[in-house]
Structures are given as C-alpha cells and as structure tokens.
Design a protein around this ligand. Sequence first.
Ligand SMILES: Cc1ncc(COP(=O)(O)O)c(C=O)c1O
Length: 431
Amino acid sequence: MHLSRQANLTLAQMPKQWYNIFPDLPEPLPPPKDPEQGESRLANLPKLMIGECLKQESSKDRWIAIPGELVDLYAQAGRPRPLFRARNLEKKLDTPARLYYKSEFFSPTGSHKVNTAIAQCYYAKKEGFKRVTTETGAGQWGTALAYGATLLGLKCTVFWVRSVYNWKADRRTFMELLGAEVFASPSPKTESGKQLYEKNPNHPGSLGIAISEGLEDSKKDPSAVYCLGSVLNHVLLHQTIIGLETQKQFEIFDDYPDIMISCFGGGSNFGGFILPFVGDVLTKGKKIKFIAAQSKVATNLQGEYRYDFADYAEFTPLLKMYTLGHKIDMKPIKADGLRYHGGAPILSLLRHLGYIDTIAYPEDEKHVFERAKMFIETEGWLPAPESAYSIACAIDEAIKCREAGESKVIAFNISGHGFMDIFAYKEVLGL
Ligand SMILES: Cc1ncc(COP(=O)(O)O)c(C=O)c1O
C-alpha cells in the first residue's frame, strides 16, 4: 500500500506491552544509592512511591503488560497517535531526506505526559491512594496528572515552578478545571519551600525545588502518593508506547529511520520515542543516530556523569546520571520543560556508552522558534515550545542532508502542542 502522508494503527494494533530495555542494555544500569550521610533514602522509597512503579523501576522483564483498563484509558486519551510524513516541509527545504514526525500533540492535555500520568494514577488508585502530588515545570506534566487523577477519581496537588506559574495563567485554570489544586513553588506550604519562599517570595523556583515540595507534601499524608513526570525508569517505560507505535507505523510506511531526534528535559519523551529503536540497535544490528535537542541553559547531557540527587532538598536517593548539579540555578526559558539539572539514568548510561548525541540551542530561542514557524507554515501543526527544539534539530539535519546530497530518513517526535503557548511565539519572534 502506498502511503503518502500518514500511517496510523487501529486500536487492535496498538501495543499492549511496554518495552523495558533493562535486559538489553550493554552494561547493567548503576543502581540508585544512598548518600554517605543522613537517613536512608532507599529505605524510604516504598513510603514515597507507588508500589507497582517501584517494582517496574528495577524490573528485568523485557516486556511488561499494559493492563486492559489502561489500554482503554490510552484509547480515551486518543491513542494510537499518527506518524506523519512531512512532505510539505521536505519540499520547502528542498532536501532529499525523508522526514517523519510522531504526533504526541494529539493529547487531551497537550503532550506525551498523559502516557505515564494515566498509568501512575491507575496504579495509585489500585493501591488505595486517594490523592497524587507532583511538581511541574512547563505545566504540561501537572495538567497531565490532573487529567489522569480526574479520570480515575483521585485528588491532585501540583507544585508549579513559580517563574512559569506566573506567566501561564490559562494552563493553571486548565489544571483547576480538571479539579487539581495548584501552588506556586517555592511555596509556604512545605518546609522545603518555606525556607526559600521566606527569603524571597518572588523566588523563580526550579523543578528540583518543586519535586522536594511534592515529595514532602505526600510524605505528610498517608492517603497521598508522589508521582514524577520524567527521569525515572518506570516513566520511560510507560512512554515506550510512543516508540512502539512508531516502529509499527514505519513498517506500514515500509521505511526505517537513520536519525531519531527529540527534545530532552529529563528524558521521558526522548526515551519513550527512541528506546524501542535502541533495542533494535542493541539486539538486531541496526544503525541509528539518536540526537537529544536541548537548551544551552540546561545542557544536562553535557554535564558530569556521576551520582546526584534528583531534587533540590535531597529527599531522593542518588541516581547515576549526567548532571549539572542538583542545586544549580538555570535561567527561565520559554521551553521551560527542558530546564532540569539531570538526565534519566537509562539515557545517561546510553550516552556514556556513546549511543546518544546531543545538541544545545542558544538561550534566546530565536533559531528554534524560527524553525518551528517554518514547520507551522508547511505542516500546519502548532508545536509546544519544548517540541520546537526537536523540530529545529530535524530541520538542521535535513539541511545537512541537502548539502551532502544524502537521502537519510529523519524521525522526530513532537512531544506537545502549543495552543496555550502562543505568547511564547509572540515574544520570541516579535510578532
Ligand atoms: C511538551 C513537552 N515536551 C518535552 C518536555 C520535556 O520533558 P521530558 O524530557 O521528560 O520529555 C516537557 C516537560 O515539561 C514538555 O512539557
């Protein structure tokens, strides 16, 4: 069958298992560990995390079944999502490269984050919790968790990095419409927030600080559990639905990627998109170049590969990851979801072993937003600011193909839509 623009799957064809790369990794993943001083964070984990997610965190099973009810909820959230061929963009760029993009923007809350939010809320409910707490940076994760919570009849509390909370009032209303309570972080509601808030009530906040607040809030309430939207192994596992669908869709297109690209904050959409294909590289001898698109304000993949905390207040165990240091201050950018100090341990290991490349774009974001505008003009979809990084990198690679006369296949993930981020385009592009 000749397909020109879009490949999609029926519900029956949607993957019913997540892919866990653990058994296929070339080296064992360094496990989380406790710091030399202070109480054991590892011993605390069962009190902080959803039991099933903690189990998935270290599972050695290659395939993990997606429960039937969750498959249903994925359908409710609009899965499967199409893989598009970017024919108009190819034409505009006059490139021999073939460009494909995965449409995680087809999402009730606007991003890929629902893929793990629904899963975490499903398990939280099953384990008897009544409330979920979390942090959010760009606001997409907070909205996704609020969505998952309302679908499953749970309450939801979101600590939102203040610099973004202040300029995304509409997304705050969206979370409230979904029934969540939302606090600007650092907040006076928790001890870890209070210290910083009292020194500076306009403190811009960071994801690391907001994570500490979400954790502390859930620790104080036995009916609540904390959910994390990126970085951890189980989050990447849930997100592999993206890459697994993409694999089947490439079969329909009768094509296969040479280069795979996505934006990278903590690594969940990037990991979800590429890990099934990394599996092909590790076990089937395929060759793919994987590129993580980042901002120069948060080049975590160019940091040091070492053990570090995942949060500011050091509640979490130490994770072996590429990190800029958990206390680092990073300048706010429009693609605020990319502003995190560390990269997911699985992806950090793969980068350490040479499987993942990275590029960082300037902090004024002009190049990135101009590239996104070209995408909007040709393909007609409005990407989230974070996803604009993925697009910029894909276009840059397609231009390299034009210059070298190479017809490579470039696949990129569009992690979210930008309907609630128009002001970001307006400001950066001076519209
Ligand atoms: C639309 C979108 N894309 C990407 C990201 C980056 O997160 P991750 O690296 O976990 O995919 C975020 C984070 O908030 C986001 O909102």
